[in-house]
Design a protein. Structure first.
Length: 174
């Protein structure tokens, strides 16, 4: 019977600690990766994105935020215009193999230019670009696997850039 009481007290103490941790995390502004709160005054967005992959990555977040994409049918007017360039990847060598003299480690950079303005063309945030850097090791003996790794890395960088852009849009409304 004493063991049951101890277990109950431990469960209550653990519940309190978990509750306090959750309160502390939400109180400090912590959010799960991928969660954004877009401006409440933004209902219709004119989306001008040069890269379909970037657009495909962004659309679910806009829908989740209750934002519809402007369709020029004459019945609605956009609240804002988001123009996003195609984005570009560049690569530079970080290290070479001392035995073969071939490149071994690379830095991959992704730059995504953007412009976010209201319906009258006034900037909501200053035009700019998001730059992300990642490095990876290339092994000539694993060409297929490493090329797949790079492809996955490019997709992750693109999605990270979209999330950063959405966070910048979110902060513009505050």
């Amino acid at each position: 019977m004493q063991g049951t009481t101890m277990n109950r007290m431990r469960t209550i103490a653990l519940s309190l600690v978990v509750g306090l941790l959750i309160s502390a995390l939400t109180g400090c502004g912590f959010k799960l990766r991928g969660s954004t709160e877009l401006p409440s005054n933004l209902k219709v967005l004119d989306l001008r994105i040069a890269n379909t992959l970037v657009k495909d990555d962004m659309l679910p977040f806009l829908e989740q935020g209750g934002i519809s994409v402007f369709k020029p049918d004459g019945t609605t007017k956009p609240d804002a215009i988001l123009t996003v360039g195609s984005g570009r990847y560049t690569e530079r060598v970080l290290s070479v193999s001392p035995e073969t003299g071939k490149a071994r480690e690379f830095e991959l950079a992704y730059v995504l230019p953007y412009k976010f303005v209201d319906a009258d063309g006034r900037p909501l945030i200053q035009p700019g670009s998001i730059t992300l850097l990642r490095d990876y090791v290339f092994d000539a003996d694993e060409v297929i696997g490493k090329s797949r790794e790079r492809s996955v890395l490019e997709g992750e960088m693109r999605r990270d850039a979209v999330l950063q852009l959405l966070r910048r849009m979110e902060s513009a409304a505050r």
